[in-house]
Design a protein around this ligand. Structure first.
Ligand SMILES: [Zn+2]
Length: 307
């Protein structure tokens, strides 16, 4: 019998990734579109619908064979109503429902999740968190996202929102964040934050800061040291808040620089293990930048499980 397949969509502030994903987590087709949020929600969804049609055609698949369509989207989003409420990176899309548009276009069930929750679902179903029931995931990219799996269910707050772990304070002398506090994790350790701090030193971007630090440049090293301390503090907070078996570090920054953070994380895990007699594991995300897309597809492939 043929495997079930679903469409997974990852909507970010700058690009939208769409994939046709099978139950065995094989991505049978993928494409990327620019988000261009300023062109409006309707225009973007028109391109998404056309993109899905192209993927189905080239895979020789029909929409009515799909288990459904899952969408991971930069939050805030409301999974229950299927609507987007993100004035930060998707301005003008507030209250819009990609679920309604896609259900109307393809006549299959559609689901909306925060992108960090979608990435967590990807790692839980097909990546580094497969055998665990208590997991925390951080995604370090343009911003810092977070999600938690508690007793094999996605932890949900008000309106189904995920925990905003990216905004826990880690450095009281850090930069001010749009969330209203100084020195939260995102304002110190997101790719954007590292780039901004690097530019103040005359460097081009985050990649150059890491490169200079590796070469031994003292200013770049102290900047990276500050970022590592911030990430280790957030890890410590996550361990003590959720008592997870596994903490997964994803996003572009971790995909490239995880080894820079690993020694400090190992040290914190060891300390926590000694204090609480629990085993705390951590790892890099296995699905790298496709975790959100694959996880979104699994939201549709396994609607009753985990979510
Ligand atoms: Zn913040």
């Amino acid at each position: 019998m043929r495997e079930s397949r679903a469409i997974g969509i990852d909507i970010g502030g700058t690009k939208i990734s769409i994939g046709l994903v099978s139950e065995s987590a094989a991505v049978e087709g993928r494409l990327t579109l620019p988000t261009e949020p300023e062109a409006g929600f309707a225009e973007a969804m028109q391109r998404v619908v056309e993109g899905i049609e192209r993927l189905l055609t080239s895979a020789g698949a029909r929409a009515d064979e799909l288990a459904g369509i899952g969408i991971g989207c930069a939050g805030p989003v409301h999974p229950g109503t299927g609507t987007i409420h993100n004035p930060f990176t998707l301005p003008g899309w507030e209250g819009a429902s990609p679920v309604r548009v896609l259900e109307d276009a393809f006549a299959v069930p559609a689901y909306l999740e925060n992108d960090a929750d979608a990435a967590l679902l990807g790692e839980v179903h097909a990546g580094s968190a497969r055998s665990f029931e208590h997991v925390v995931m951080f995604t370090f990219g343009t911003g810092v996202g977070g999600a938690a799996l508690v007793d094999r269910r996605i932890y949900r707050g008000t309106n189904g929102e995920h925990p905003e772990i990216g905004h826990i304070p880690v450095d009281s002398s850090g930069p001010e964040c749009y969330c209203g506090v100084r020195g939260c994790l995102e304002s110190v350790a997101s790719g954007t934050a590292v780039t901004k701090a690097g530019q103040a030193l005359g460097l081009a971007d985050a990649a150059e800061v890491f490169e200079r630090a590796k070469e031994g440049d003292p200013t770049a090293r102290s900047l990276i040291e500050r970022v590592v301390v911030a990430v280790a503090a957030a890890f410590w907070t996550a361990l003590h808040t959720f008592m997870p078996e596994q903490v997964v570090f994803g996003g572009g920054l971790m995909e490239r620089q995880f080894e820079v953070f690993a020694p400090a994380l190992r040290e914190r895990a060891r300390l926590a293990e000694r204090a609480w007699g629990q085993r705390f594991l951590f790892s890099k995300a296995e699905l790298s930048n496709e975790a959100g897309m694959v996880g979104a597809a699994f939201r549709a492939l396994r609607p009753e499980e985990v979510a």
